[in-house]
Design a protein around this ligand. Structure first.
Ligand code: NAI
Length: 377
C-alpha cells in the first residue's frame, strides 16, 4: 500500500502533544512524515524537522511558507496536522482547507462559535476532511462502550457522568509560572480556562458514547486560585437531545488526581464505566447482576474495538495508539472509506458552542441555556 504524505504545524521539540502525533501518524505505516513547520521560531523548527528526517526543502520556517511550498507539488501532503496553540487553529485550518488539503486540527478547533461554523462550511464546500483530535474517543474500549450503548445492552441511557479533573495546576505558589499562567489569562486562552482545555474532551466523550448531542446546559465556574481570571474548576449539568441527564466536573486543582478522565453511563438495564488511567478495561454491570471486567483483546468484542487494537490481551496500549487510531480512520477516510467514529468539524463547533454557553451560564448564576451552535438549532 502506498503511504499517504503527512505534514505537521506546531508540535515542535519539547511540545506536549507533538510526540503523540508523530508516533500516532506513523504507527501503522499509513503516513510518511514529509513536511513540517514545527516551531514558532523558524530556524529551530527547520532544524528539528530535519533531525526528524524531513528533507531540507520541506522543513519550513512557518505555516504560510509551508502552504505555498506544498500547494504546487505533485507529491503534496495528503493531510496536515495543526498542533499549535489554540488561537492559531482557525486561521491555519481554514487556509489549508481552502487550498484543498485535509486537516486534523487539535482541540479546541476554534476560539469562537462563528469561526467554528465557518470551518464546517469551508470543509463542506471544499469537500476536504476536517477532523478534530478528540483522541480519547478512539480507545478500543471506548468504541466497545459506544457499541454496547448502540446495541441496547444497557437499555435507554438515563444518566451520563463524566470527569476530567487533575491537580497539576493546584499549587498556588506556581500560579505565576508562564507555562501555567497563560491558560487562565483571557488574552491568551480566550473565554474559558479549564472547561475549554479539558472539559470539552469529557463533553465530547459523553456525546460520542451516548450517540447523542448536548442540547442545553447550566454551568458553575470557579477560580479557586484568586489571581486567575478564568476558571480552574467547573461543574456543568447538561441535557442531551434524547433526554439523557448529564453531569460533568472538570478541574485543574484536584490535587491527587493525576490524569483524571473517566465516564460512567447509567442505562435502564445496566451501567458502564471507563477511565483513561485504566484504558484497557471497561466495567459493565447488568441490572441485578454481577460487575464484570471487559478486557481489551478478549474474544467477542465489537468489530471497532478489535480493529483498533494491535497488541494482545493484557499488554498496555496507551495514548499514542489512541491517537494512531484517529490517523487510521483518517487514512481510510482519505482513501474513500467512511469511518463513523472519526470526530469532525461538527464536533469541533459543538464544543465551541458549549464553551461559550457555559461561560454565559456561569455569569448568570447557572441559568439553563441552549448549548447548540446556531447552525444546528
Ligand atoms: P506546547 O506549548 O507544548 O507546544 C506548542 C508547539 O507549537 C511548540 O513547539 C511551538 O513552538 C509551536 N508553535 C507555536 N506557534 C506556532 C506557529 N504559529 N507555527 C508553528 N509552530 C508553532 O503546546 P501543546 O500542549 O503541545 O498544545 C498544542 C495544542 O494541542 C493545543 O491546542 C492543545 O489544546 C492541544 N492538545 C491536545 C491534547 C489532546 O489530548 N488532544 C493534549 C495536549 C494538547
Amino acid at each position: 500500500m502506498t503511504k499517504l504524505n503527512w505534514g505537521m504545524i506546531g508540535g515542535g521539540e519539547g511540545s506536549q502533544i507533538g510526540p503523540a502525533h508523530r508516533l500516532g501518524a506513523q504507527a501503522d505505516g499509513r503516513f510518511a512524515f514529509v513536511a513540517g513547520a514545527l516551531d514558532h521560531r523558524a530556524e529551530e523548527g527547520r532544524a528539528y524537522a530535519q533531525r526528524l528526517g524531513i528533507e531540507a526543502g520541506r522543513a519550513y520556517g512557518d505555516w504560510k511558507e509551508m502552504l505555498e511550498g506544498e500547494r504546487g507539488r505533485a507529491d503534496r501532503i495528503d493531510l496536515v496536522t495543526v498542533a499549535t496553540p489554540n488561537a492559531t487553529h482557525f486561521e491555519i485550518t481554514k487556509s489549508f482547507l481552502e487550498a484543498g488539503f485535509n486537516v486534523l486540527c487539535e482541540k479546541p478547533m476554534t476560539m469562537t462559535v462563528e469561526e467554528g461554523e465557518d470551518i464546517v462550511r469551508v470543509a463542506e464546500k471544499t469537500g476536504r476532511i476536517c477532523a478534530v483530535n478528540y483522541c480519547y474517543s478512539a480507545y478500543p474500549m471506548v468504541r466497545q462502550a459506544r457499541a454496547m450503548v448502540r446495541n441496547g445492552e444497557i437499555g435507554k441511557v438515563r444518566l451520563v457522568v463524566t470527569n476530567f479533573s487533575h491537580g497539576h495546576h493546584g499549587d498556588a505558589t506556581d500560579a505565576d509560572n508562564p507555562r501555567v499562567r497563560w491558560r487562565y489569562d483571557p488574552r491568551m486562552a480566550g473565554v474559558s480556562g479549564q472547561f475549554a482545555d479539558c472539559g470539552i474532551h469529557a463533553l465530547h466523550m459523553a456525546s460520542f458514547v451516548c450517540d447523542d448531542e448536548v442540547e442545553t446546559l447550566s454551568a458553575d465556574f470557579a477560580s479557586t486560585i484568586a489571581s486567575r481570571e478564568l476558571e480552574d474548576d467547573a461543574m456543568v449539568n447538561f441535557r442531551m437531545a434524547g433526554g439523557t441527564v448529564g453531569r460533568l466536573w472538570t478541574s485543574s486543582v484536584a490535587i491527587g488526581r493525576q490524569h483524571g478522565f473517566d465516564i460512567q453511563i447509567f442505562g435502564e438495564t445496566g451501567g458502564l464505566r471507563w477511565a483513561s488511567e485504566q484504558p484497557n478495561q471497561l466495567i459493565y454491570t447488568p441490572v441485578g447482576g454481577r460487575t464484570q471486567i471487559i478486557e481489551k483483546g478478549e474474544g467477542g468484542l465489537c468489530e471497532e474495538a478489535t480493529r483498533l487494537s494491535r497488541v494482545s490481551i493484557a499488554h498496555p496500549e496507551g495514548f499514542p495508539l489512541a491517537v494512531a487510531n484517529i490517523y487510521c480512520d483518517l487514512a481510510d477516510a482519505i482513501s474513500g472509506a467512511a469511518r463513523d467514529g472519526l470526530p469532525g468539524a461538527e464536533a469541533g463547533v459543538r464544543s465551541m458552542a458549549a464553551v461559550h454557553t457555559a461561560v454565559a451560564s456561569a455569569r448568570q448564576n447557572g441559568a439553563w441555556m441552549d448549548a447548540r451552535p446556531p447552525m444546528f438549532r
